[in-house]
Design a protein around this ligand. Structure first.
Ligand code: G6Q
Length: 552
């Protein structure tokens, strides 16, 4: 598109509409329309999405859908699914949907159907996971594997770590999973300190097999293993690799037989559906891993085949575009009221912020509207006793996603009702707030209970809650592999829809590449005594820090 979307009539209409709607309080919108919940909630694919607590009316939704049509969202969805090179800066397809294409219909990249290769790797994963789980795969000294250590970072860590944790209820009873990502030796050392080398299996997960953090951790893990088991040959029984770079895996010393392949059309943060999901599959079994894929596939079908007005990812995304580009929000909270999803906000941070944290269009033009807000959050109840204060009485507009499981993975008397009442109470209180009048009434009530009136009256300004914080509530029955697959796919497609509205490429990550490049440039200056006259071409602050650290 040559014209920036912000210079089109539909954008102007949304801007004008925003000025009108921003003057309403959310509680007034509810007072005006008692059918708001019925109107602005939908049930699909095992979810109830209640988006009624947002700054929207029928007109808003219609205008946002007009925007989606203007940017030709449906055409873009088709391009994504059909294997077109939608990652235009790297000339690659983005086919995470093919990895979970359970219908097995052919999907072509450069004229070649990718499904046979995908299925081949799935079969290899199945054989391997069964061997490990059934204790047929044994360590060098003949003992069954008990600990799985995934060594990877970014996309090769966050997705598998989040899913593995979320599905703890499905873990094999003999196996424990660990995820080592940080290059600070403390991460690996603390993990290894608890492990027995004879029963530990390392999964080295790196798409490129060049990532500094992962390779250093992998080499150190290898030395630890060889030192304890006394023979290089032990590596074959304790190391497997997941990568697109076969030669580099061989150079590391892992036999390609123990390598699980994936392809350059799988983006790091979209890769948990590929062999990168191996630690998940080992922990929960291949049948459950396939249920995760099945769930995601069902959500893919929903996204592809449902009209935009009833399309979960599309509605979700349009709301965020609305807040980010028209209300100028800077941050968005993700609040799972499902402890199993403890790592979901961190996972989502990468998915959204690495995909949408961009400032030029697909064609490389500077954009003049806000894109991705900062995504943050933590498991619901914990957050209430920490940062929710700012949501209730701080100065910023912060939309929130409440992600709510009706049933917990575990059943202890009274616990789940407490979780649910807190979730609903918070969404309600954030939206309604409490006015000065209501606070005063409460003060008088408290006075009758013999509280000190003067103090209560002085507290009124502090006890007023403006409310008017919008939120979505996404409710499901229980976190099964299938529901989790759907949830992740829902957010993946949400990110995609936003990228289409903003006309940015969500599948590259030049910011990550820059970090890798500069760190590699500075590394030699730290690993040997520093020549004080060295010209690294860095600013005086960085040079000063380098010299100080090198000296000490
Ligand atoms: C993800 C990013 C990035 C990547 C890591 C690890 O989309 O590209 O987070 O996953 O940098 O890269 P490797 O898998 O190549 O080690």
């Amino acid at each position: 598109m040559n014209t920036l979307i912000s210079h089109t009539p539909i954008w102007a209409k949304l801007k004008t509409h925003q000025q009108y709607i921003a003057q309403q309080h959310l509680r007034d919108l509810f007072a005006l329309d008692p059918k708001r919940f019925d109107k602005f909630s939908i049930e699909a694919e095992g979810f109830l999405l209640d988006y009624s607590k947002n700054y929207i009316t029928d007109e808003t939704v219609n205008l946002l859908l007009e925007l989606a049509n203007k940017v030709q969202l449906e055409e873009s969805i088709n391009r994504l699914f059909s294997g077109e090179k939608v990652n235009n800066t790297e000339q690659r397809a983005a086919l995470h949907t093919a990895l979970r294409n359970r219908s097995n219909t052919p999907i072509k990249v450069d004229g070649k159907d990718v499904m046979p290769e995908i299925n081949k790797v799935l079969v290899k994963m199945q054989q391997f996971t069964e061997q490990v789980r059934n204790a047929e795969w044994r360590g060098y000294t003949g003992k069954p594997i008990e600990s799985i250590v995934n060594i990877g970072i970014g996309g090769s860590d966050l997705g598998p770590a989040m899913v593995t944790k979320a599905l703890t209820a499905y873990h094999h009873p003999r196996l424990k999973a660990y995820f080592v990502s940080n290059v600070d030796a403390t991460h690996l050392s603390n993990t290894l300190a608890t492990l027995d080398p004879e029963t530990t299996l390392f999964i080295i997960a790196s798409k490129t097999f060049t990532t500094q953090e992962t390779l250093l951790n992998a080499h150190s893990a290898r030395s630890w293993l060889v030192k304890h088991l006394g023979n290089e040959q032990a590596v074959a029984k304790h190391f497997v690799a997941i990568s697109t770079a076969k030669q580099k895996v061989i150079e590391f010393g892992i036999n390609p037989i123990n390598m699980f392949e994936f392809w350059d059309w799988v983006g790091g943060r979209y890769s948990l559906w590929s062999a990168i999901g191996l630690p998940i599959a080992v922990m929960i079994g291949m049948d459950k891993f396939e249920e995760l894929l099945d769930g995601a596939h069902k959500l893919d079908q929903h996204f592809k085949n449902t009209d935009l007005a009833n399309n979960l990812p599309t509605l979700f995304a349009l709301l965020e575009v609305w807040y980010s580009s028209f209300f100028g929000i800077k941050t968005q909270a993700v609040l799972p009221y499902d402890y199993s999803l403890e790592l979901f906000p961190a996972y989502l941070q990468q998915l959204a912020m690495e995909s949408l944290g961009k400032r030029v269009t697909r064609e490389g033009r500077n954009i003049d509207y806000s894109t991705c807000p900062i995504i943050w959050g933590s498991a619901g109840n914990n957050g209430q006793h920490a940062f929710y204060q700012l949501l209730h009485q701080g100065t910023q507009l912060i939309p929130a996603d409440f992600i709510i499981a009706i049933d917990s993975q575990n059943d202890l008397n009274g616990h789940q009702d407490a979780v649910l009442s807190n979730a609903l109470a918070q969404a309600h209180a954030l939206m309604m707030g409490r006015t000065a009048n209501e606070t005063q009434l409460e003060a008088h009530k408290l006075k009758q209970e013999d509280k000190h009136l003067e103090q209560l009256i002085n507290q009124i300004p502090h006890r007023v809650f403006p409310g008017d914080q919008p939120s979505n509530s996404l409710v499901y029955q229980k976190l099964t592999p299938s529901i989790l697959g759907k949830l992740i796919a829902l957010y993946e497609h949400k990110v995609f829809v936003e990228s289409v509205c903003w006309n940015i490429n969500p599948f590259d990550q030049w910011g990550v590449e820059l970090g890798k490049q500069v760190a590699n440039m500075l590394l030699p200056a730290l690993s040997s005594p520093m020549d004080t006259n060295i010209n690294l071409g860095v600013d005086s602050s960085t040079l000063g820090l380098l010299k100080y650290i090198s000296k000490n």
